[in-house]
Design a protein around this ligand. Structure first.
Ligand SMILES: NC(=O)c1ccc[n+]([C@@H]2O[C@H](COP(=O)([O-])OP(=O)(O)OC[C@H]3O[C@@H](n4cnc5c(N)ncnc54)[C@H](OP(=O)(O)O)[C@@H]3O)[C@@H](O)[C@H]2O)c1
Length: 295
């Protein structure tokens, strides 16, 4: 198949491009500034900004399937002039329009756990509106909603280390009780590639994670343990963290804004894990401890 991977130069995108090439597909990675030397051999590149329709339209010509992995991180404040609505929602609408223009019939779309047009953060609202647009489009689609994804080049583990700068004493909102169900990129990517190839997944929305549920405090401890350090987590009432962040924007101890602080209150664990739709047993997927070499 001829596959366009929008966001193909990112963390998940690079891994997916490699998997698709390995499976014998023709692959083009689209992003604003793709560097072919950072992509697996055989991957073509296309330059475009998803929020600017004219810049991406041509890349859709002749493609059989599109994968949308374009991302603006929910963990940090967006750069000036860029919003979750323009990138995740507007960008998805542009993808759907370009698919329509070029008669591309299938989209594998990456959303996020908790995506909801009425959700509590702009990231989740934009992801929710994008999902609605995908479901309403007259195309075959498969939607993935992962919890946090980890692996080489991912930002979650480094983010946990960055949350507070001081050595050994980590101040986390709510004591870091928010729960995540992380999935390893090496486990997720074959599922995305199966969704590209197999019609049986058409029309499905898949919430995916490994079986292990970890709190932010757990992840922070593990991230430091992997560096040979132990840490003490100090609870900060979430209301205090929110007030501080709302008034001050990014403050020294937590390099985020109010929307990012809100996201730290939202559990990111899964009720109905769809990894079984790909023949995977959640208990056999790579855990964060295993990835970090701690078990
Ligand atoms: N990683 C996770 O833990 C996680 C969890 C849940 C859901 N997701 C979702 O999974 C998808 C992939 O995430 P990721 O972690 O691989 O993200 P990433 O590493 O930040 O990669 C983002 C990709 O999007 C491109 N991009 C960003 N803005 C763009 C724009 N305006 N136009 C065109 N390309 C643009 C980037 O390249 P340039 O910046 O060079 O343009 C890059 O190729 C996203 O939809 C994300 O929301 C990720």
């Amino acid at each position: 198949m001829n596959v366009l991977v929008a966001g193909g130069t990112g963390f998940i995108g690079r891994n997916l491009c490699a998997e698709l090439v390995e499976r014998g597909h023709e692959v083009t990675a689209l992003s604003r500034d793709p560097d072919p030397s950072e992509l697996p051999e055989g991957v073509e590149t296309a330059v475009g900004d998803l929020s600017a329709y004219d810049s991406i339209e041509g890349a859709f010509e002749g493609k059989d399937v599109v994968v949308n992995l374009v991302a603006l991180s929910p963990l940090f404040q967006p750069p000036k002039g860029v919003t979750h609505m323009t990138v995740h929602y507007g960008g998805t609408e542009n993808v759907l329009q370009a698919m329509d223009t070029h008669g591309v019939g299938k989209l594998v779309h990456m959303s996020a756990l908790g995506a909801d047009p009425d959700g509590p953060t702009e990231y989740l609202r934009a992801k929710g509106l994008a999902e609605e647009a995908v479901r309403e489009a007259e195309i075959d689609s498969v939607i993935f909603r992962p919890s946090v994804v980890f692996g080489d080049g991912g930002e979650f583990v480094p983010f946990a280390r960055k949350l507070t700068p001081g050595p050994y004493l980590k101040v986390l909102p709510g004591g870091g009780k928010t729960r995540f169900q992380p999935i390893y990129v090496g486990d997720l990517v074959p599922m995305l590639a199966d969704a590209v190839e197999d019609d049986e997944h058409t029309g499905q929305i898949y919430d995916v994670g490994a079986s292990e549920v970890l709190t932010l405090a757990d992840v922070t401890r593990l991230a430091y343990e992997a560096k040979g350090k132990s840490v003490k987590i100090v609870p900060v009432p979430i209301a205090m963290a929110k007030i501080g962040l709302t008034l001050a924007g990014p403050i020294p101890i937590i390099p985020m804004g109010p929307d990012q602080a809100r996201s730290l209150q939202l559990d990111n664990s899964i009720e109905d894990n769809s990894v079984t739709a790909f023949g995977a047993d959640p208990d056999s997927l790579t855990t964060l401890q295993e990835y970090l070499g701690l078990s």
